[in-house]
Design a protein around this ligand. Structure first.
Ligand code: SF4
Length: 599
């Protein structure tokens, strides 16, 4: 093992910031992270052992226990749960012969679950040794497991290839783009170099001015002015500056960045280079969520093509501007979508959010001025450089300029990606995607709004229904409280654990919901949920905790009758404690029957 670890460290030139990449390789090689590997990494990198262990135990795709030569991560998002996920899970358990959360005795196959993997338009889906398998059925599971048992490589078990670049050898995935509606920003023809050549004819401050005037706001959900962010970074003194692209879309129901990364990577990378020119940065990083690791060979090839065309590297297009981009791959942590947590992760640490201020534009990656924008934002920035700010500003609404890519999934005939101008109504989206009788539409994922039918005339825009891109349709036949439970479980799982309100509060909220779903709730429990939810929002440290109670609070506002139908108003309190169940559990754990008086 010593030699293997040293080879991994040497491959990454002993750079401490590459610890995450090293741990990914250790996990892939040994199928877990052995204690000795942590010791050797700490020695070779001259890091405290506890720091290496801290990183090794933070991420979902790292494990101290063997996860099998083949590891199945089945997605347990709400869309999976409502699309046959439980039947697929049962088929895996039956065929593999072990339960989820465990590895077979011969260590050949491990079955594990994971949060949304960005395939909500083609659920149920799973990652098997990083390879995505979509639209799974019990029959398909039997086929896959039989292939594994016959010794086939995971890649050879991929079914019919998906559309667009998914079918190219570098991606080779059964994933479908499902691009349903295109516009003039994404998926329109793009000539490599078109954005950079325009930007390089301007002074760098003029580029920033154009982005400000375009009205472009961050597409990841926060909606901060992109031009202002770039101006703040540029105005901060520093020996170097960085441009980071946040490709860690993790909000359940979001997958449009997956499609941009697959089909429009050149546009996005060129947007990063334009940003680099504007803020006088020389280095860019693309932080790719671990769930999209199957796109790495494709993205590396795009970057190399751009270098070959002098669109990246030294003296871009013959000018004095030099800029290059490297990839960083995550390892399964929703919180790393938060920009300061992402920076920590890109530096090889636990993905724990930083205190702010200082903001990343002042002290970001390596404590240098850094801009962090999302995949879609950089794509828009490239088009603004290419066509001018007036062209972009003319689309959308007064407060929401341009277009938005929506990831539409759920109970509709045409799930997929839609490019629409900001200001489009929920009704428009439902009509486009072929939704039938709809109970509610979740705009912006679980952390945002659950919109009832009476509000389907509302507009998708920063000034009304803000969204990072997820639009999930739930039909009238669905169990709303089951959906809410899935989303609360998601937040309880994904809390980084740093602060008590988020760590403990979300678990308590989940328990309160379980009590209601078990028929033991009262109207007083609803009041208690609202009180606790407000406290979690007010006292949590970062955006995750500040939005995590929304599934409960939003549905209590808009769908209160659903709760009132299952809670009692004639009593204040019903105990959840069940003496028989508790005794049975105690007997099972201790192996002793209780001593009674008769005995
Ligand atoms: S709010 Fe939650 S995710 Fe954010 S720092 Fe606190 S515990 Fe971590």
């Amino acid at each position: 093992m010593r030699g293997a670890i040293r080879a991994i460290v040497d491959k990454h030139k002993g750079e401490r910031r590459q610890l995450l990449a090293m741990l990914r390789e250790v996990q892939a090689t040994f199928r877990h992270i052995p204690a000795d590997a942590i010791t050797f990494l700490a020695e070779d990198l001259d890091l405290p052992r506890v720091q290496v262990e801290g990183t090794a135990t933070f991420y979902h795709f790292f494990s101290r226990e063997h996860r099998g030569d083949v590891t199945v991560y089945l997605n347990t998002s709400a869309m999976s749960e409502l699309s046959g996920g439980p039947e697929v899970a049962a088929a895996f358990e039956q065929e593999v012969g072990t339960r989820f959360g465990t590895t077979t005795a011969d260590r050949s196959i491990g079955l594990y679950t994971t949060s949304c993997i960005g395939m909500s338009d083609q659920e149920p889906a799973a990652l098997i040794n990083d390879v995505p398998f979509t639209r799974l059925t019990p029959a398909r599971v039997r086929e896959i497991v039989a292939g594994l048992r016959a010794g086939k490589a995971v890649r050879d078990l991929v079914g019919p290839l998906g559309d667009g670049r998914n079918a190219t050898p570098l991606i080779h995935a059964e994933v479908h783009n499902n691009i349903r509606h295109t516009g003039s920003v994404f998926f329109a023809p793009f000539t490599p170099g078109a954005a950079l050549s325009q930007a390089l004819e301007m002074a760098s401050l003029e580029v920033i001015d154009g982005v400000k005037k375009s009205g472009l706001r961050g597409r990841g959900g926060a909606g901060f002015s992109t031009g202002q962010k770039w101006a703040s970074c540029r105005a901060t003194e520093g020996e170097s500056r960085y441009v980071i692209c946040n490709a860690d879309e993790g909000e359940p129901g979001t997958f449009k960045d997956r499609v941009i990364l697959t089909e429009c990577a050149e546009l996005m990378f060129e947007g990063m280079a334009v940003a680099g020119y504007a803020v006088e940065a020389k280095r860019g990083l693309l932080y790719l969520r671990g769930e999209y690791a199957y796109l790495v060979p494709h993205l590396e090839a795009v970057l190399q093509r751009m270098r070959d065309r002098h669109l990246l590297g030294k003296r871009i297009l013959g000018t004095h501007f030099s800029f290059d981009i490297a990839l960083r791959v995550g390892a399964g942590a929703y919180i790393c979508g938060e920009e300061s947590a992402l920076i920590e992760s890109a530096e090889g640490k636990r993905g724990t959010p930083r205190n702010r201020p200082p903001f990343p534009t002042v002290s970001g990656y390596r404590h240098r001025p850094t801009i962090v924008n999302n995949v879609e934002t950089f794509g828009c920035a490239a088009r603004i450089a290419e066509h001018g700010w007036q062209w972009f500003r003319a689309m959308g609404t007064a407060a929401s300029a341009g277009v938005k890519l929506l990831s539409v999934s759920g109970d509709c005939e045409r799930p997929g990606v839609y490019e629409v101008p900001w200001g489009t109504t929920v009704n428009d989206v439902l009509e486009r995607c072929g939704a039938g009788a709809t109970m509610c539409v979740q705009v912006g994922g679980p952390s945002r709004a659950y919109v009832p039918p009476s509000q389907f005339g509302r507009r998708i825009a920063y000034e009304d229904l803000d969204t990072g891109g997820a639009v999930t349709v739930f039909g009238q036949h669905r169990d709303l409280l089951q959906i809410v439970r899935n989303h609360m479980q998601f937040f309880a799982n994904e809390s980084c654990g740093f602060c008590v309100p988020c760590r403990a509060g979300n678990t308590l909220l989940l328990k309160a919901l379980d009590k209601i779903r078990a028929g033991l709730g009262t109207t007083a429990d609803l009041d208690a949920i609202e009180h606790l939810g407000a406290m979690v929002i007010k006292t949590s440290r970062c955006g995750l905790g500040q939005t995590s109670p929304n599934p409960l609070l939003s549905t209590l506002t808009h769908f209160r009758d659903t709760y009132l139908q299952v809670v009692r108003s004639d009593v204040d309190f019903i105990s959840q404690f069940n003496l028989e169940a508790a005794t049975a559990e105690s007997i099972a754990v201790s192996g002793h029957a209780p001593v009674t008086e008769q005995a």
